[in-house]
Design a protein around this ligand. Structure first.
Ligand code: TRP
Length: 447
């Protein structure tokens, strides 16, 4: 079968960066930073991004383009069926992520609605925090919004890869970027805002404990869409001429920049308004509206921001649902349409569980976690790093090195002076880092 290719160089970048940049950067990153002590977490996070994230992204692209298949088919096509487990784990992971991601994306739509209908003017931080809790713990409304998000994602998927994904990301991602910069400036110039910068950039190393390490690594995987075959699937749609190393570098850099910008928008305001940095998932939904109340024209900024955030989330959910759609349609010979609709239905079921666990099911705990937490923890902290471990071992030790080199260098037409270093990192450094972070977390080994 001739796979669809992304249309242009810019299209490839827009689609992959669109997958990476999403709620992970703007919603999850700030609250992880807040809960894990600030600057020290950021330092560990950067290390994970460049030492673990970038090489794994390059490998995923290379494996995808080599195999020309969905996550599972890739390993079979390369003649290594035993590594199919990475594909199964990826598919499971995808459903788990979508289960809570759709809920948070639904929140952003509610905030678009609130921004349009009421505006946030005149509300104090306490009002906003209360309003968030009131809304997210309701039964019907958050589920309704998640359903809207799931249907929207499914609709884009049904339009096909090139047309749908590229067009949306290409135009709107740069806008989001500019808006974040404006918000950052406003936040920094609030009285007392500088305290927030100190929190972000003056590390207190005593804060680094096993949990911080695991959280930072999980966040790196989550934010770059790694470890579950998303970038394998996108790699399979890339043209043979695309420079994979360069794309991986650009995506990694853009993703990191957006995460940093959103932290710079959030934390000065948190300190200026005397809020707690460690308030968890509601952080962005309380902090940003309070910045809007302090801006001239805040009404319009608020609408623009939540609309763009919803779109950034959409380009990410598309990449997630594409993984499972490609998997079911190719592995089980289903029509793409049937596969996409079936996956969306499963995701809706999971989103209902995650959403209810913010309200009437808050006391239903599995292994000490609510459904929402459980989906997030299993995927980001465990399945993705384990998938990443598999991918680095596979591409460093199992796959024929010549094949990997030819793929990364576009059959020898690109110089790749970094190739030896890259393979070294795949073979030794990444497996060692991931395994020691796990053992450390389990208390079996201390760094
Ligand atoms: N990276 C996206 C974000 O930061 C989320 C995402 C999209 C994702 N595709 C993924 C996470 C695949 C893990 C795996 O919001």
């Amino acid at each position: 079968m001739n796979r669809t290719n992304f249309g242009s160089k810019l299209g490839v970048l827009a689609a992959t960066a669109g997958s990476a940049v999403g709620l992970g950067n703007i919603w999850r990153f700030p609250y992880e930073v807040g809960e894990n002590g600030g600057a020290a977490f950021i330092l560990v996070y950067f290390t994970c991004i460049f030492l673990i994230g970038f090489p794994i992204m390059l490998s995923e692209f290379a494996l995808g383009r080599l195999g020309q298949q969905n996550v599972m088919g890739t390993f079979r096509a390369m003649g290594h069926k035993r590594w199919n487990w990475i594909g199964y784990a990826g598919v499971l992971c995808c459903f788990l992520i979508m289960g809570f991601y759709a809920v948070v994306m639904g929140w952003t739509l509610e905030y678009v609605y609130q921004a349009v209908v009421y505006g946030f003017e005149g509300k104090t931080a306490e009002d906003l925090s209360q309003a968030f809790t009131d809304f997210s713990s309701q039964t019907g409304r958050p589920i309704y919004w998640s359903a809207v998000c799931i249907v929207a994602t499914c609709a884009v998927i049904l339009q096909g890869v090139t047309k749908g994904i590229e067009r949306v990301s290409k135009m709107l991602m740069p806008l989001l970027f500019v808006l974040l910069i404006i918000l950052g400036v406003r936040s920094l110039t609030l009285e007392g805002g500088m305290e927030g910068l100190r929190f972000l950039f003056t590390p207190d190393f005593s804060k680094i404990d096993p949990d911080v390490l695991l959280s930072a690594m999980g966040q790196a995987f989550f934010s770059l869409s790694l470890g579950m075959g998303c970038m394998i699937t996108y790699g399979s749609y890339m043209s043979k001429k695309n420079n994979l190393g360069l794309t991986a570098f650009q995506v990694t850099s853009i993703d990191t920049l957006v995460a940093l910008l959103s932290a710079i928008a959030v934390f000065p305001a948190v300190f200026a308004m005397g809020m707690s940095p460690a308030q968890g998932p509601q952080l962005v939904f309380v902090t940003l509206p309070s910045i809007f109340t302090q801006m001239p024209g805040g009404y319009v900024w608020a609408i623009a921001f939540f609309v763009l955030l919803a779109i950034a989330a959409l380009t990410s959910t598309i990449s997630l649902v594409e993984v499972v759609t490609a998997f079911f349609s190719e592995e089980f010979k289903m029509k793409r349409r049937t596969a996409a609709i079936m996956c969306s239905a499963i995701i809706l079921g999971m989103a209902v569980l995650a959403s209810l666990s913010m309200g009437i099911w808050a006391n239903v705990k599995i292994l000490g976690h609510t459904f929402f937490d459980l989906f997030d923890t299993i995927s980001a902290k465990y399945l993705m790093p384990i998938g990443g471990l598999g991918i680095s071992i596979f591409s460093g030790w199992v796959l024929d090195q010549k094949r990997l080199e030819l793929e990364v260098t576009n059959q020898g037409t690109l110089k790749a002076r970094f190739f030896k270093g890259y393979v070294f990192v795949l073979k030794y450094l990444i497996p060692l880092a991931i395994v020691s972070i796990f053992l450390n977390e389990l208390g079996l080994f201390s760094i």
